[in-house]
Design a protein. Structure first.
Length: 92
């Protein structure tokens, strides 16, 4: 898995998290500042359909291959961002 970041920048959990929160906010049509990165996706009303849409957005934004189950395995934006960043570093 490769997380695309600006050139010569190693993806950090915080950088990925910021981008991920923007995606979640756009998907849910809410302000990103209103999102708690430690709140479970389900607390925002995310169901399996929205989870699938989120994963498609993540695939497009970060150029990664990730399964919908990741939304349930890493239940918060922070955990999912850390997973994406760690996976990218492990592949690099």
């Amino acid at each position: 898995m490769t997380v695309n970041m600006p050139s010569d920048e190693t993806p950090t959990g915080a950088a990925v998290e910021a981008r991920l929160l923007k995606i979640v906010a756009e998907l849910l049509d809410i302000d990103a500042d209103a999102l708690d990165p430690e709140a479970k996706f389900r607390s925002f009303g995310m169901d399996s359909i929205l989870a699938a849409e989120l994963i498609e957005e993540i695939k497009s934004e970060f150029d990664v291959n990730v399964r919908v189950s990741a939304v349930y395995e890493y239940e918060t934006s922070r955990l999912l961002a850390q997973h994406l960043a760690a996976s990218s570093r492990n592949e690099g």
